[in-house]
Write a protein that binds this ligand. Structure first.
Ligand SMILES: [Zn+2]
Length: 229
């Protein structure tokens, strides 16, 4: 009887205060959480691996690079990532990370990856936001794949690098020294996968990846949830 009341009260709460989808604002039905089924099935998939390789060509020796979604101005991916980064909706990171992980698991290169590392935020920024969105994505990927996460291996020493109107060499000097590896033993001789939320120029990812390789990682692969178009 109690559970019947609970169910009825739950239904009543859903009617009075319906949770809405983070992607389209439509009211969620009971089986849905945070993102509605319709939005999940129409996530704009990125499928141009050549474009990804071109974007980082010659800058960083990577074993593989994977991108999952297209990031377009005003698009669904942008709306979801905005909620994840600026509206405190952490579950979006776990949900999208799990979806990304389920796809990654089917890619051939995945068999070789030994551990996953989220691109770190600067501590000041992480404290302000309360979490690192890339760490949530990484947790989702780990949930879907069973691979270990190395959370405190690499540290961000400087908040950001401005990249506008700089030559490639100037850009490199600008990003050099942003990251430092705290625990070299954790990555020594291993194939690590570095995870970030959005790929634009790739300068930050490049700097972090370079730092991991210099500190002794055997191989580096990259996974970005979304690729800016
Ligand atoms: Zn929706």
């Amino acid at each position: 009887m109690y559970s019947l009341y609970k169910t009825l009260l739950g239904d009543l709460a859903d009617v009075l205060f319906p949770a809405s989808c983070a992607g389209c604002n439509r009211a969620l039905v009971r089986s849905e959480e945070v993102i509605c089924t319709n939005c999940l099935t129409r996530l704009p998939r990125f499928d141009d691996s050549q474009e990804l390789e071109n974007r980082l060509a010659g800058r960083l020796p990577v074993a593989a690079i994977a991108g999952y979604l297209k990031y377009e101005t005003g698009g669904l991916t942008q709306r979801l990532l905005h909620r994840l980064k600026y509206r405190g909706q952490r579950q979006i990171g776990l949900i999208l990370g799990t979806q990304f992980g389920a796809w990654l698991r089917q890619q051939p290169f995945w068999q070789e990856v030994e551990a996953i590392i989220p691109l770190p935020l600067h501590p000041t920024k992480e404290k302000k936001r309360g979490y690192n969105q890339s760490a949530l994505l990484t947790q989702g990927i780990s949930d879907a794949t069973g691979l270990p996460v190395l959370n405190d291996v690499v540290q961000r020493l400087r908040p950001s690098a401005s990249q506008t109107r700089k030559s490639r060499e100037e850009r490199w000097h600008n990003v050099a020294g942003i990251f430092a590896v705290k625990d070299t033993a954790a990555i020594a001789g291993r194939h690590v996968l570095l995870v970030d939320d959005v790929l634009t120029t790739g300068a930050t990812l490049e700097a972090c990846g370079q730092t991991l390789l210099e500190a002794g990682a055997e191989k580096l692969s990259l996974a970005v949830l979304a690729v800016a178009m």
